[in-house]
Design a protein around this ligand. Sequence first.
Ligand code: GLC
Ligand code: GLC
Length: 827
Amino acid sequence: MKFGYFDDANKEYVITTPKTPYPWINYLGTQGFFSLISNTAGGYSFYKDARLRRITRYRYNNVPIDMGGRYFYINDNGTIWNPGWSPVKTELDEYECRHGMGYTKITGKKNDLKVNVTFFVPQDYDGEVQQVVITNEGSAEKSFAFFSFAEWCLWDAQDDSNNFQRNFSTGRVEVDGSVIYHKTEYRDRRNHYAFYSVNDEIDGYDTDRDSFIGLYNGFNNPEAVLAGKATNSFADGWSPIASHYKKITLKPGETKTLVFILGYVEMPQAEKFEADGKTINKVKAKAMIEKYSTPEKFEEGMKELKTYWNKLLSILSVTTPDDKVDRMVNIWNQYQCMVTFNLSRSASYFESGIGRGMGFRDSNQDVLGFVHQIPDRAKERIIDIASTQFPDGGCYHQYQPLTKKGNADIGGDFSDDPLWLILSVSAYIKETGDWSILDEMVPYDNDMSVAQTMLDHLTVSFYHIVNNLGPHGLPLAMRADWNDCINLSCFSDTPGESFQTYTNPKFAAEGGYSKVAESVMVATLFTYSGPNYVEILKHLGKNEEAAKAQAEIDKMKKNIMESAWDGDWFLRAYDANGEKMGSKECEEGQIFIEPQGFAIMSDVGKEQGTDLKTLAAIDERLNTKYGLVLNNPAFTKYYIQYGEISTYPGGYKENAGIFTHNNAWIICAAAYAGQGDQAFKYYSEIAPAFTEETSDIHKTEPYVYGQMIGGKDAGSDIGQTGKNFGQGKNSWLTGTAAWNMVAISQYILGIQPDFDGLSINPSIPHEWDGFTAIRRYRGATYNITVKNPNHVCKGVASMEVNGQAVDGCIVPITDGQKEYNVVITMG
Ligand code: GLC
Ligand code: GLC
């Protein structure tokens, strides 16, 4: 069942009912100011850091769900409603929500009154602009009361949700005409305030929550709205809010347009106040308000935003036989990649914004998805991440976006982290041809006095694996590898211990983790990413070092085949007791997804047919109609030697859930191995546009990936196997965005940036007659036509570039050439 439809021409998803199976959200903002907005206008705003600069309040895990947001209320002679339906939930005569690229438009109609609200954050602007267009579509004059509403957060979202003894007495506001200012703590230790304005005279306001809502009322029935009149309240402690009140009368056919601005301002210490030393200096706020003070200026801002996105999205666009593929590649997957660039894993409807900052592994992988769109910012990001590495190649697992410093609470020793840096730097060079990133001086642990070049960082990354091998010559698993929930050194039986960071006394003497437990996943990630490092060395003429590194890769491959090939697939790990994990010999968890794709893509044991055998096993054991489960069979008991993975009921998260991030690795691997049909089958099982028809089962947004989907074992714990099978969770902030962008564009469609130029080697469903693509790459435009007359899945029979036949599948770069017309004939 669907709850809306794609409007590809406008790059929008149009939601036609407010009662979606879960709040379906969008993100506004691309630089400093960000908002989350649901299809009923729930959500919140923050500046740069969702924890430390939270501007409006939001209560997670609320009852009912998604209560709290920027709300407009109408009291039309006793009929009280919101254009976005919630929170009053009066049945509307019409409702529509359009989530677009960086903006959301919500329209509601009730009793002849139509209200359309467009929300967006302009470029280079620290505020959310909301244009409200109210039209009387009836034949009689209408008079009604109109209210805005926003609830301020006292800046630090974590403190705001637990330090009530203080916070109930700190709230402060100022009201100046139609502008309500939030200035809690501004007098003392903060240099920032927020404001909520409207470009028209108002008939009243409220700034104190209890006066507006009433202590025993809810967002759904605020007393002031019920009364049809504001109380002109002043917050002094308790909970400051901002609500404008306006009496409006509209003749038949008449329209009233209002522009509201929710803004954030930082002031230099010396200029914080006016001469009286206590009234806030509003100069910057006034300039912000002026900037979008009219509908014309509003339109101008929207136009700029559209230009920005059209430009970003025009770097890659494709026309394939499947419009679902086109809308994923051309619009939504690229959009989601940019959101992961901006938000990492911090703030979504599943990430509270107060937990983690930026992840070393997460953000490096995200780079793979957005590097073609914003290479300069990708470079800056890569340098920030690498700056939190240690001199031995280990890494802080996370860092804070505001300080860019490694997070000591989490620490390091995640075995996979260093390898992702090799992949992100390589992806940057392959995209841009800018080798100078390797010469950048990059600190260790943010200490510039021990800085080395980025190339040195790659070297220590590579050798961090080589220097930390276990008994089978495979990389030590440490606290966790990519799978946060396989914690082979934890052995925790005490509630509340963090599986990832708890050091079992058992391993204290060994430095905090087992010197026996090994990760086959990291071994294969090493053989997959390592060759990039070798290529880079060769390019720099460092042939001896390249040969040395290659020898390590070859040795690792040998070790994998000797100790980690289980006959039909690759093992997952050796645990701290030296026992196999992810083997036929195991009682549960016999096969895991993570090592398989990287093994196939680095040709481990290919001469013995490991690739096709593994793909067959995956298809048989892991595949379902909703995607590939992470492991099989699911764990039904707690395995203390494995850690968090066996704490989830079967079918969820890392315990046999469909963890879409690693599905992408199999899609890539199947495509790499020439199995275009299989690759596309797995792609279409999880790509959001393909889940649209089953939105009632999938529940989360049909336009973006979520981290996981309930697997075939979901419900098995309660004897109802299949109960939540196919149900999505944790949408938006996931490495799936980047990896599935890579899977579809670089592996299936086969348009893959390489060190020497653009490689085109598709691996598509055999039914496809071909496809076309436009790719802007290193300053030139590539017009690509792929023909598939013999209906093969893979194979480039011939390539023509600007009419000339060319060998191989890399388009040779000709200096100064701006346009390449490339025709590929498969066969
Ligand atoms: C989450 C984390 C990611 C991790 C994955 C598997 O998505 O963000 O870092 O690799 O879970 O545990
Ligand atoms: C939990 C989650 C995992 C996430 C991790 C982050 O283990 O299950 O997905 O990556 O927390 O610390």
